[in-house]
Structure formats: C-alpha cells, structure tokens
Unconditional design. Structure first.
Length: 103
C-alpha cells in the first residue's frame, strides 16, 4: 500500500508533500492514518503553526476529489519509494498538480 499527501497554503498553492510505500501489508485505514501522521510530521519540520487536515479515505470522500494525491500514491507504488518534495514535485504528477490548482 502507498500513501500520498499534498501540502497547500490557504490559497491552494502547493507548498510540498510526500509520497511513500508502507513496508507492511496494511489496510486502507492504516495507510490513511500514516498519511495523516506524515502530514503532521511535515508541518512540524516546516515549522508551520496552523494545520488543517483533509482526507480522501473512501469512507469519507471519493478519491476523485484529490487526483494529485491519488497520482502520488500510484507513483510511489510504481517506483517502490518514499519521497518528500517542496515545489519541485515529481514530473509524473506535475500536470495533475497544476490542473488541480487551477480548479
């Protein structure tokens, strides 16, 4: 299973994010929990004082609501890696993030 997160400012501008693969065989709930933990860790590393978390867990919202994170998860799983990024996001998701920011 893989996780992904995209950090945005209050205007929706992408500040960075993370994508990764869990080394254990975990259910969707645990993967979502890992993404939330990674989000809080990223905010702490960046010294952001205010944080609003959103989830695209299927029981809460359809995955189509956050295509950028969905693409990040697929990218991490395909490449079997964990990567953090600032505004230098992976080329494979560049267009998805731009389209998502415009909408």
């Amino acid at each position: 299973m893989s996780f992904g997160l995209v950090a945005r400012d209050h205007d929706g501008f992408v500040l960075g994010g993370r994508a990764g693969v869990l080394e254990i065989n975990a259910g969707a709930e645990w993967v979502e929990l890992q993404a939330l933990a990674e989000s809080m860790e990223l905010a702490q590393e960046k010294r952001w004082l205010k944080l609003e978390l959103e989830s695209d867990y299927a029981n809460m919202a359809p995955q189509c609501c956050n295509k950028a994170v969905d693409q990040l998860c697929k990218w991490a799983y395909k490449n079997n890696c964990t990567k953090a990024f600032d505004m230098d996001y992976p080329f494979e998701i560049h267009d998805v993030i731009l389209r998502d920011a415009i909408n």
